[in-house]
Design a protein around this ligand. Structure first.
Ligand code: AMP
Ligand code: ZN
Length: 667
């Protein structure tokens, strides 16, 4: 029997490896995602029951695209501790005294930059990268090997006299340069910029598609060797050993004979840190001798042999010259403080974000106040207070604007949001441009080479005002634009032409109906054959579609009540843009479920809800979103609640478990 199971497990692994290969490498899927998930689930169950057949290379633990909607959780063999913090030299001296009490004899330190990113633990076996895991809660983290493998600095194969098995820890971070690049790209795609490099780095590690992670351009630095035994006597030696095996260690780390040298190091980097190409939030001081480290041990939270020194956020005082208001591409208003230029954290600051009216009120800002400006982890500095002693009492309080600075329309403030909006979607210049940028963005019509700057120019030249105008552009109209070469003009024209083949669901996303994001657009495209069908739909019909609530339905209806939108849609249609569902959007497997309606409820374990719904459609059935007399089948998973109860009350609805549903479609 066990032999059969082992064989079965191995067969499944081989088969799934093969499917993975066909899917990712050959780009020729051999089975549906649904079937793949079923097999994977079968393998997972077998592996859970038979840990003796564990294989780290099993498809179940491999990260890659769709199958890792959730990264597997991994226990850390050695706990990942936090660091104790100190904020001044007194704290640091106290720490040294505590260390001296435990350790007899002189203590040396290693001072290192405290990189501001996401920490990581990587396991190497026989010189090969085996597994990379996030810090998580310190006891267990997420396995993100595939993503970490995309970071060029992290070696896949070691050199020299490396030990057979060990962990190495370090930080994954983003240089300011790469962070800015990401934001420039996001802006071109009409997306909001990321706030700071640290969050962006840790967020990037959790992207499902590792090819996307690669594009982020992450960096790494490794600072701790971990295993039961050490191939050296000091941390300093260890660092240099790991370097000789191929790891990237910090160039700035310094061996300090005394705490005074540590203090010098700290003072130096407190001033110089802004010249580094990346963010640090302090210095980490470690006892160098590994025997002393062992002696000192750990508290419940952190090693006693290490201490972080946190830099203070820098704060300066300057004069507020004026508050101006920016209108975003979605119509959101952002107040901006224009400041008398001042040096802060190595850069000249002229502006600070004020976010919204509430923040201005809370600060009680008056015109020409002297304000304190701070730079934390965020790129844009913020005002943290007012120097009241310097206020001229004749200066009036700042009053928030009532009308849009771009188009004059009266602003609205949506309840439960602190932000003001300009409601003039169709004619407020930044919003007009924003809508066109959204239309060409990658996830919408994906018109390459047509960047935000070009769109802005075209708009200024009055050549385009809405997405339909792109299709009327000629090369001759493009050529006179700034920095427009013959070749780029041709590329743009070709790109626009190519967008006519982009499927309906993406066009639906691209035309920018409020609240219709990518997922909603997909759902709509599945349920309505064409834009005309969608236009005819009533609110009642719209909310029948899963995930479409009243707010979205209202917004769709409002969109089609506007004659300018209708004109745009008609023009897009006349240019040949896909405003109907194409033949191949939904592949048909059978019609066994024809005229039958389905709804899934409770926690499903054999398949995901998305997959199940896809299967319903592929077999000719329809998914609906609520229990009513129109429902034929309710498929229930674990812990089904009110929907099941309601279906039982109605009586005419057939109730199935997951297996019964599978039987139904495999008939
Ligand atoms: P904290 O998150 O403030 O408790 O600080 C602890 C974190 O600092 C660790 O989890 C590491 O991710 C990070 N760190 C950055 N640079 C270093 C370094 N050179 N040595 C140790 N930890 C570091
Ligand atoms: Zn406006």
């Amino acid at each position: 029997m066990p032999e059969n199971i082992q064989q079965k497990i191995e067969e499944l692994r081989t088969e799934l490896h093969q499917h993975n290969y066909s899917y990712y490498t050959l780009d020729e899927p051999t089975i549906s995602d649904f079937e793949f998930d079923l097999k994977l689930k079968e393998l997972q169950d077998l592996e859970a029951k038979h840990p003796e057949f564990y294989d780290s290379n099993s498809p179940t633990s491999r990260v890659g695209g769709e199958i890792t909607k959730n990264f597997p959780t991994v226990q850390h063999q050695f706990r990942m501790y936090s660091l104790d913090n100190s904020y001044d030299f007194n704290d640091l001296e106290d720490w040294e005294n505590r260390v001296q009490k435990t350790v007899n004899g002189p203590v040396e330190f290693v001072a290192e930059l405290k990189y501001d990113g996401a920490s990581i633990s990587i396991l190497y076996e026989n010189g090969k990268l085996k597994e990379a895991v996030t810090r998580g809660d310190g006891f267990q983290g997420d396995e993100i090997t595939a993503n970490v493998k995309t970071i060029s600095e992290i070696p896949m194969q070691l050199h020299g006299d490396f030990p057979e098995r060990f962990f190495i820890r370090g930080e994954i971070y983003l240089t300011r340069k790469n962070f800015n690049k990401i934001n420039i790209r996001r802006e071109e795609e009409g997306l909001d910029p990321f706030m700071n490099p640290r969050n962006t780095a840790s967020g990037s590690l959790k992207i499902q598609d590792s090819a996307e992670v690669r594009k982020r351009g992450l960096s790494s630095v490794l600072y701790q060797y971990i295993s039961a035994e050490f191939p050296a006597k000091t941390h300093w030696e260890l660092l240099h050993k790991t370097k000789s095996w191929g790891f990237h260690i910090s160039e700035q780390a310094k061996l300090c004979k005394t705490l005074d040298e540590v203090k010098e190091f700290i003072s130096f980097w407190d001033l110089e840190r802004h010249k580094l190409g990346f963010d640090i939030d302090g210095i980490v001081v470690k006892v160098n001798d590994l025997a002393q480290q062992k002696n000192l041990g750990y508290t419940a939270k952190s090693p006693r042999w290490a201490m972080a020194y946190k830099f203070k956020a820098e704060k300066v005082e300057t004069e507020l010259q004026a508050v101006t208001y920016q209108v975003g591409r979605t119509g959101a208003i952002t107040p901006v403080a224009n400041l008398k230029p001042v040096l802060l954290a190595g850069t000249v600051v002229k502006r600070a974000s004020l976010h919204n009216e509430d923040i201005i009120k809370k600060l009680g800002l008056h015109e020409h106040d002297f304000v304190y400006v701070e730079k934390g982890g965020e790129i844009i500095p913020k005002i943290v207070g007012v120097n009241l002693e310097k206020r001229n009492t004749e200066n009036p309080e700042i009053e928030y604007i009532k009308n849009c600075p771009e188009c004059g329309t009266e602003l609205i403030k949506i309840e439960d949001q602190a932000i003001h909006f300009c409601p003039n979607e169709l004619h407020c210049p930044p919003q007009v441009v924003g809508r066109m940028i959204h239309y060409v963005s990658r996830k919408a019509l994906n018109i390459e080479n047509l960047g935000s700057e070009t769109i802005e120019q075209l708009y200024r030249e009055k050549l385009v005002e809405n997405p339909a105008d792109f299709y009327a552009l000629s090369k001759e109209q493009l050529l006179p634009l700034e920095r427009m070469a013959e070749k780029s003009a041709q590329n743009i024209i070709d790109g626009i032409e190519k967008s006519k083949t982009v499927p309906f669901e993406k066009v639906l996303f691209g035309i920018g109906i409020k609240h219709v994001g990518e997922t909603v657009a997909k759902k709509l495209a599945k349920n309505f054959n064409s834009i005309d069908d969608l236009r005819k739909a009533t609110a009642e019909e719209l909310v029948q579609v899963e995930d479409i609530g009243g707010k979205i339905a209202d917004s769709i209806i409002a969109f089609f009540q506007n004659s300018e939108n209708i004109l745009m849609v008609e023009r897009l249609k006349s240019y040949g843009v896909q405003l109907e569902r194409g033949e191949n959007t939904s592949e048909v497997l059978s019609n066994v479920l024809e005229n039958k309606t389905f709804l899934f409820t409770g926690k499903l374990s054999l398949f995901t809800r998305d997959d199940a719904e896809e299967m319903v459609e592929k077999h000719g059935g329809k998914n609906i979103s609520a229990v009513s007399k129109n429902l034929n089948y309710l498929v229930v998973g674990e812990k089904a609640g009110s929907k099941l109860k309601k279906a039982q009350e109605i009586g005419s609805i057939e109730i199935l478990d997951e297996q019964e549903f599978l039987n139904l479609i495999s008939k």
